[in-house]
Design a protein around this ligand. Structure first.
Ligand code: GUN
Length: 298
């Protein structure tokens, strides 16, 4: 029997409905409208589309958004200055700098300047460290979205073999950490892995984020596996595909995510989730009695 197709668009809609309820509650109970600030440097065509989607998604759930557009030759100092102002802005609860950014500006400097309380991408070293220790404030959005998809489908992780293909800071590495936290046994493969198939074939759950169309063929997948395709590749004929041979692998897997309509909608949804969670944290902190704060700080 062909695999069940995991409908990321439908699950994203359900999660967004919960987020909408939370933004309404924040406004009703605390007078706070969650706000996201997006910094965009240059005009990378894919980034333009991603940012437009983020802005639309914010409006859909009651989050206000502002986009700060900078030309590709802006100085690093100007960007860091903008981030510092946003760190202080009361109406901003999440800040993200859309990646990639032009050469000449340090990603590291940018990420370490974003306040850890507003780091809704989860890329600040503090949040990365939190993930390693098993307690991140803001889990990075794409792996968090994959975790939610697995949760909604009732797929157990404890004790299962998971193979993650791709070891990026944005997807592969945090994904592996999050799955370890759920007590899965995790293997991480990357561009230098020899004989990729020996790792993919043992996976009960296979997460692929390598950026290579048709990297995963049916003979590399165990019968009954769960296959999560994080890849987004534009073919010369204009079609959008993932990293998995979808038609071939779906004959063998138990579950599979399509591209588009699988992980993609969840990434933006978890950004909304982190932004609302950030506004809730800030509201909770503001609501605490000052005497308590003083006592707590000694
Ligand atoms: N570029 C591609 N994915 C992402 C993401 O999740 N966050 C940011 N800031 N930039 C990206």
């Amino acid at each position: 029997m062909p695999a069940k197709i995991i409908d990321g668009t439908k699950i994203a809609r359900l999660v967004r409905a919960e987020i909408r309820d939370r933004t309404k509650a924040l406004l009703a109970n605390h007078g706070i409208k969650p706000g996201l600030a997006v910094i965009m440097i240059g005009e990378n065509p894919a980034s333009v589309v991603y940012v437009r989607n983020k802005v639309r998604a914010c409006a859909d759930v009651g989050i206000s958004s502002q986009v700060f557009n900078f030309s590709a030759n802006v100085s690093e100092a100007e960007i860091l200055d903008c981030i510092r102002q946003l760190n202080e802005a009361n109406n901003v609860h999440g800040i993200l700098v859309q990646l990639p950014i032009p050469e000449g500006i340090s990603v590291q400097h940018i990420l370490e300047t974003i306040s850890i309380d507003k780091d809704v991408d989860g890329f600040h070293l503090y949040n990365v460290g939190g993930l390693v220790a098993g307690d991140a404030i803001f889990p990075p959005c794409t792996p968090y979205g994959v975790q939610k998809l697995l949760e909604y489908e009732g797929i157990e992780l404890e004790g299962r073999n998971v193979t993650v293909v791709g070891a990026s800071n944005i997807v592969g590495k945090p994904m592996a950490l999050m799955l370890m936290r759920k007590e899965a046994t995790v293997a991480i493969c990357h561009a230098k892995t020899r004989d990729l198939a020996q790792y993919t074939i043992i996976a009960d759950i296979l997460v692929v984020a390598a950026g290579k169309p048709n990297l995963i063929l049916p003979q590399m997948v165990r019968s009954g596996a769960v296959v999560i395709d994080v890849g987004i590749n534009r073919l010369p004929d204009g079609r959008l595909v993932g990293d998995v041979d979808f038609e071939g692998v779906r004959q063998k897997a138990a579950y599979i995510t399509p591209v588009p309509g699988g992980v993609g909608p969840m990434t933006v949804t978890m950004l909304l989730h982190n932004t609302v969670a950030s506004a809730e944290r800030i509201a909770a902190r503001a609501g605490r009695a000052p005497a308590f704060d003083q006592a707590a700080s000694g």
